[in-house]
Design a protein around this ligand. Structure first.
Ligand code: PLP
Length: 369
């Protein structure tokens, strides 16, 4: 059994940052409820408000626009269900927390690289009779493909629609300017940037009416009732501050370029999905013909290498990816695609180990098996 481990599944969750651990551990020592007016409560409140500033800083928002939630899933649910817009348009490649929240939503198609065509959105909105909400992610969790969100936001507003952007995968990998973008709502998740699992935020522009999903208590200015997860939020703040420096991205991009180059050199029949689109510097979605994703993941796991097939955040299931299908990728290829996602602790040795183990999966010996 391998005793060297290589973690290449950062888009599922990133290792906890030391800054986040320290902030969360220190918060665990605070007894007060942030809503209590006495000194214990005020101490907890200070931590929450400091984290609110840090999270706002990550995306160029103001602290009062940050609504803390239990994560990206709840923030997406809140954006879509809490808004008063009944016509909802979502891209076909959104995360399930968007797609399942709005099963009746109009699906905006993507091209073969996974990019929403702004012209199609324009026509769809032109045909929509009621005030609408458009939800398009900043970057895709499976392919890393980055959407033209500035243009999408402009078109949405031109039609009087609200624009919500799921920035869970873009945060900490791209510079984000909520105010400059002009989005109405934006989703973030702590554990994707080195914070704790179970914390996230919906950033809400000031004029937006939003009904709470969790009621009672009036926390988060009435937008999310329930006593705050103080330790999770403190960790989120610290992670946001560290991730916002983007100081690891160039090195990660170098590893990713090497991985793609050498993977294709070793297995020329392999295919990288979304290769022609602007993509996150850390994500490679790659398929080997005739090797199921499940087999690849299990074989790699036996050698101590962790990757995933498409969206791993559901339940460990390996099902054909709706993202690749929306890009027009055939079922045979979609069943053979794995997602390799790198991060700040990824080393050259990790890339070399992955390449050796992965290329062996397509060797003639394996093919004959
Ligand atoms: N949105 C995207 C794009 C994601 O990748 C994920 C998780 O993988 C989520 C939302 C859900 O975030 P959370 O795990 O915090 O609920």
């Amino acid at each position: 059994m391998a005793n060297i481990l290589t973690y290449l599944d950062y888009n599922a969750t990133a290792p906890l940052r030391e800054e986040a651990r320290a902030a969360a551990v220190s918060a665990l020592g605070i007894t007060g409820n942030p809503s209590s007016v006495h000194r214990f409560g005020r101490a907890a409140r200070r931590l929450v408000e400091y984290a609110r500033e840090q999270v706002a800083g990550l995306v160029g928002a103001v602290p009062s626009q940050v609504v803390f939630t239990s994560g990206g899933t709840e923030a997406n649910n809140l954006a879509l269900r809490g808004s008063d817009r009944r016509a909802i348009l979502v891209s076909a490649v959104e995360h399930d927390s968007v797609l399942q929240e709005a099963p009746e939503a109009i699906r905006i198609p993507v091209d073969s690289e996974g990019i929403v065509d702004p012209g199609v959105l324009d026509s769809l909105l032109g045909e929509t009779k009621t005030p609408a909400l458009v939800s398009v992610m900043l970057a895709n969790n499976e392919t890393g493909v980055i959407q033209p969100v500035e243009e999408i936001c402009r078109i949405a507003h031109h039609h009087g629609a609200l624009f919500h952007c799921d920035a869970v995968q873009g945060a900490g990998k791209l510079a984000i300017d909520f105010a400059g973008l002009g989005a109405d709502m934006m989703t973030l998740s702590a554990h994707k940037i080195g914070g704790l699992k179970g914390a996230g935020a919906l950033i809400v522009a000031d004029p937006i009416d939003l009904a709470a999903l969790n009621v009672g208590g009036g926390q988060e200015r009435g937008r999310r009732g329930g006593t705050e997860n103080v330790a999770g939020i403190a960790g989120f703040g610290a992670a946001a501050q560290a991730a916002g420096r983007l100081d690891e991205i160039e090195r990660i991009a170098g590893h990713c370029e090497r991985l793609e180059r050498e993977a294709l050199a070793r297995i020329p029949s392999a295919r990288i999905f979304g290769a022609g689109a602007p993509r996150l510097a850390n994500t490679v979605n790659i398929g080997i013909p005739g090797r199921s994703a499940e087999t690849q993941i299990m074989s790699l796991d036996l050698t101590g290498i962790a990757v995933s097939a498409g969206a791993a955040c559901s339940s460990g299931k390996v099902a054909p990816s709706h993202v690749l299908r929306a890009m027009g990728v055939g079922e045979d290829w979609a069943a053979c695609a794995i997602r390799v996602s790198l991060g700040r602790e990824t080393s050259n040795a990790d890339i070399a180990r992955f390449l050796d183990a992965w290329a062996a999966l397509a060797s003639p010996r394996m093919s004959a098996a």
